[in-house]
Ligand binder design. Sequence first.
Ligand code: 5GP
Ligand code: ZN
Length: 120
Amino acid sequence: MSAADPNCVFCKIVEGKIPSRKVHEDDEILAFHDIHPWAPVHFLMVPKQHLASLAQVGPQHEALLGRMMALAPKLALQEGCRPYPQGGWRVVINTGDDGGQEVHHLHIHVFGGPRPWLKG
Ligand code: 5GP
Ligand code: ZN
């Protein structure tokens, strides 16, 4: 596992140095509610290891990314997203400046719940 980046806000959340409202935790993945939700349900899923963005992902991360994507539907329903197909949710990975990424620790946004949403 990569060392935590001392300047990274999500590494600090993973380490418990910044509090968060946790949705899920296992040995590799942490999920927590976004501090500024855009939708009735809005949480983030992060690898515990510091990875700056999707741009740094390679073959060695296939299992981790697969686990994160496979976990998303379970957590979405657990957190109040309505079932597919009438319900559902949106999954977003902002990557780099053009992608609108503000926190440079890879994270998957999961948005859901009845519309309208603040954004999107
Ligand atoms: P990005 O634009 O990088 O895809 O999204 C970063 C997200 O992290 C934003 O939606 C922002 O509200 C959220 N965020 C930033 N700092 C914190 C924090 O300290 N705690 C939590 N829970 N969310 C944060
Ligand atoms: Zn980090």
